[in-house]
Design a protein around this ligand. Structure first.
Ligand code: 13P
Length: 315
């Protein structure tokens, strides 16, 4: 069961849309278009994305937020609507960060059962690491990721394991490389320690990339080489797939960097699970107005198509 879901999520021409922004984060996104987030506006926005004609050609899965998995599109529950389109529904299960540690393990087993009954086939848990993170925090976050992954596998839900080293700061590529390598090493040690089946997880990491405010930004080729080299050192080959987050890269950067990574390739599928890089242009075009839905869907379709090509190393 886990393997069937994983093969579908990692289909060679497709990737994942992260549309699991929490209530707080979606308001941050809506601030850019001057819109108040409510369950209704959140659904209107996500409905615009999910009903885009033809997008199932590029999307294997969508990560949903707790609110969205309980909503409906034209009378059909969102997870079933997506499944009918051939897109697998997933669910964000972490519950925010307290003192630098991602929380959400309390009652997680029960919540996973509920989400599975609602139709979720995979889950996501995000830990956040800053460039100068103290080791103890990396350890604790990795431990929680491993406990989460183990609980998911018990219930036949594919865990997406997301340790994100943030782009925030002026650090260089080398610094990102060091922190990413240390983080991933710790995460895999904890996963193995927790008895997680590595063939049954998908890793969602940052690319090895310069900090947002770095004076000298690495090129896509340099990013791709550093990313693949680092991952060859620390990501076991049993892991079937790596789906990158976009992490604040522009849509074009996230597309070019993924293409450069796939031109090199590796022993795993190298795909995407982008939030902002897939949505930014569509959100701007939509601007909260019904009359813009068609233009927004066109922007979304075009970006998904480009990223799908990048995922195949074709751009
Ligand atoms: P971004 O691609 O915007 O970083 O979002 C991906 C995600 O799911 C972060 O948790």
């Amino acid at each position: 069961m886990l393997q069937t879901i994983i093969s579908r999520l990692l289909a060679s021409t497709k990737g994942i849309l992260a549309a699991d922004e929490s209530s707080k984060t979606i308001q941050k996104r809506f601030d850019k278009i001057g819109l108040q987030s409510t369950p209704e506006t959140n659904l209107a926005y996500r409905k615009m994305l999910f009903t885009t004609p033809g997008v199932e050609e590029f999307l294997s899965g969508v990560i949903l937020y707790d609110e969205t998995i309980r909503q409906e599109i034209d009378g059909v529950p969102v997870p079933q609507y997506l499944e009918k389109r051939g897109i697998l529904p997933g669910i964000k299960v972490d519950q925010g960060i307290v003192d630098e540690i991602t929380t959400g393990l309390d009652g997680l087993s029960e919540r996973l059962t509920e989400y599975r009954n609602l139709g979720a086939k995979f889950a996501k848990w995000r830990a956040v690491i800053v460039a100068n993170q103290e080791d103890a925090f990396i350890e604790k976050n990795a431990e929680n990721l491993a406990k989460y992954a183990s609980l998911c596998q018990e219930q036949d839900i594919v865990p997406i394991v997301e340790p994100e080293v943030l782009m925030d700061g002026d650090h260089d590529l080398q610094k990102c490389q060091e922190v990413t390598a240390k983080t991933l090493k710790t995460v895999f040690a904890k996963l193995v320690g927790q008895g997680v089946v590595l063939e049954g997880v998908i890793l969602k990491p940052n690319m090895v990339i310069s900090g947002k405010d770095a004076p000298n930004k690495a090129s896509p080729k340099e990013i791709a080489e550093a990313t693949v080299k680092t991952f060859l050192e620390v990501v076991p080959t049993q892991v079937p797939g790596i789906v990158f987050l976009s992490g604040g890269q522009t849509p074009d950067e996230a597309t070019e960097n993924l293409a450069a990574i796939n031109k090199i390739g590796g022993p795993w599928q190298l795909s995407f699970s982008y939030g902002r890089a897939l949505q930014d242009e569509a959100l701007k075009a939509w601007a909260g107005k019904e009359e813009n839905v068609e233009a927004a869907q066109k922007a979304f379709f075009d970006r998904c198509k480009k990223v799908s090509l990048a995922r195949q190393g074709k751009l």
